[in-house]
Design a protein. Structure first.
Length: 136
């Protein structure tokens, strides 16, 4: 029986990450620091002898660019799937984290409902990932 290992990588930094601005589905590119982060991660993955049978990313350019830099280091292609996008946060998109509660009351419960544990969040992400794998 073979073991399947899954490696989740968050996209590199964008200008909006640096500003602490909520991105959601708004398609913000990596900044120079984010590109450097992805390149450093690719190098670290090679140095630690990781290997990949497949590399997936969402269709948002920050995720795709991060995955592409890693995939190039492994001579792989990136499979793009919209279902891997981060959550859509509606009218909170584009707002600074500090201004969101003032502009949109109760925004914390919109982003992550109070009854969602970290386990629930990870389970949601894993279910989306498994759906994508089944489509590939």
């Amino acid at each position: 029986m073979s073991i399947t290992r899954i490696c989740f990588v968050r996209h590199g930094e964008t200008d909006w990450n640096a500003e602490r601005r909520m991105q959601g589905h708004i398609d913000i590119p990596l900044n120079a620091a984010g590109i450097n982060q992805a390149k450093r991660l690719a190098k670290a993955l090679i140095q630690t002898h990781h290997s990949f049978d497949a590399i997936y990313a969402s269709d948002l350019q920050r995720a795709h660019a991060t995955a592409q830099l890693i995939a190039e280091a492994f001579s792989q292609d990136v499979m793009i799937h919209q279902n891997l996008r981060e959550r859509h946060v509606g009218q909170l998109q584009g707002l600074l984290l500090d201004e969101a509660p003032q502009r949109v009351p109760l925004c914390g419960s919109v982003i992550w409902p109070a009854n969602w544990s970290m386990t629930s969040r990870v389970a949601r992400a894993l279910c989306n990932f498994m759906r994508v794998c089944a489509l590939s």
